[in-house]
Design a protein around this ligand. Structure first.
Ligand SMILES: Nc1ncnc2c1ncn2[C@@H]1O[C@H](COP(=O)(O)OP(=O)(O)O)[C@@H](O)[C@H]1O
Ligand SMILES: [Mg+2]
Length: 358
């Protein structure tokens, strides 16, 4: 007996939103860059698709298959969109669970909710074939910030939840569990280890920002909205300058081990004085760029043309995500160091890695 689309939606609606492949609008090409992540996801999804064929072979390797993927990195870097895009490509429905909806004031209920949603999804996967449960903001259930007194218990709850998944996968159920988090530093290390794949999303560097901006500009001109030539011209000129300086810095880094960071790029006088869109959008995510472009679009619709000045001002106006992430990072790092948390010390090095220069 297979479940109809409506039945799938009905069963899971209490916990999250089901996206059927035909309803998904994102495509893989909409999310630029992230080539390594895409390669991993491509492999993962093609195995998931033919899971029932390969599961016997996998068992013979004695490596218990575990269909779990953890996506981590700042909000707005494409974690949800890219997963949905692959789900569409491989024709696999996905249910996005808002993790905080599972958390109940009564701890016992949180565990029950988690079990329930996994069981429902496993049931659908058994009957219909591959299915994905995507736990957004998984740190809401799997972190130590929830409630100090219940830390141990929440941890046990989540570990038992991951054990259920091991078991389900072992019996050949093609249910994949995705977890997404913006707070990887707060995610319990035991939970971290239980996920097979760890895919890191990051702020786009200036090269990727250029590509993302150009793709949005193209969409605007394709819609026959005027875009001043100066936008792409200035973008190219600024890119040339930054790229040249970046290459110079890199060759210096090779020669002189003492210089270890590309951050000098963003204190370069010429780059600052130039102050173009690439400089302004340092620390912006793809989602921030998209917001900036939307704001600019309103101006363009009013004036019939999008000018470089308006474009730059709109991007400045929306601001970037990185500054918030850094604030949160320092707050949580200080708090955790003060609380002398064992896990924090164990994973300390990992935690203290600041985002790379962008
Ligand atoms: N690398 C990228 N290339 C193009 N657009 C991007 C990129 N990263 C993010 N975006 C834009 O930001 C939007 C929001 O991303 P989303 O998947 O919700 O991020 P997350 O789940 O990591 O918070 C995407 O739909 C896309 O329009
Ligand atoms: Mg998301």
């Amino acid at each position: 007996m297979t479940f109809s689309d409506d039945e799938i939606k009905e069963r899971l609606e209490k916990y999250g939103t089901v996206y059927l492949p035909k309803e998904i609008v994102e495509t893989i090409d909409d999310i630029l860059g992230n080539e390594e992540i895409k390669e991993r996801l491509e492999d993962f999804f093609s195995s998931l698709k033919k899971y029932s064929e390969i599961v016997e072979k996998l068992k013979k390797t004695k490596l218990v298959p575990n269909l779990t993927v953890l996506l981590y990195g700042p909000p707005g870097t494409g974690k949800t969109s890219l997963t949905r895009a692959y789900a569409k490509k491989f024709n696999i429905p996905v249910c996005v669970v808002e993790s905080d909806r599972l958390v109940s004031a009564l701890l016992g209920d949180t565990v029950k909710n988690i079990r329930k949603v996994v069981e429902l999804a496993a049931n659908i996967a058994e009957e219909n074939g591959a299915f994905i449960l995507f736990f957004d903001e998984i740190d809401a259930v799997a972190s130590e910030r929830s409630n100090v007194h219940e830390v141990g218990e929440i941890k046990r709850a989540v570990i038992s939840f991951l054990q259920i998944i091991d078991k389900i996968n072992y019996f050949g159920t093609p249910l994949a569990i995705f977890g997404a988090t913006n707070h990887q530093d707060q995610l319990d290390s035991a939970i971290w280890r239980r996920f097979t794949f760890h895919l890191k999303f990051d702020f786009p560097d200036f090269r990727l920002r250029k590509a993302i901006i150009e793709s949005f500009i193209k969409k605007i001109s394709d819609a026959k909205i005027g875009v001043d030539d100066s936008i792409l011209k200035n973008l190219d000129a600024e890119f040339e300058l930054i790229n040249l300086k970046a290459e110079n810095l890199k060759s210096l880094m090779v020669k002189d081990n003492a210089i270890k960071s590309l951050s000098a790029l963003w204190t370069d006088k010429e780059i600052i004085e130039n102050g173009g869109v690439l400089y302004t959008t340092k620390g912006y995510t793809g989602a921030d760029l998209e917001r900036g472009i939307r704001v600019a679009l309103f101006k363009a619709l009013k004036n019939d043309v999008l000018t470089y000045e308006n474009f730059l001002r709109s991007l400045e106006l929306v601001g970037g995500t990185k500054i918030h992430v850094e604030q949160q990072y320092y707050l949580s790092a200080t708090k955790r160091m003060n609380s002398n948390n064992k896990n924090f010390i164990k994973r300390g090095k990992e935690n203290l890695q600041m985002p790379r220069e962008i």
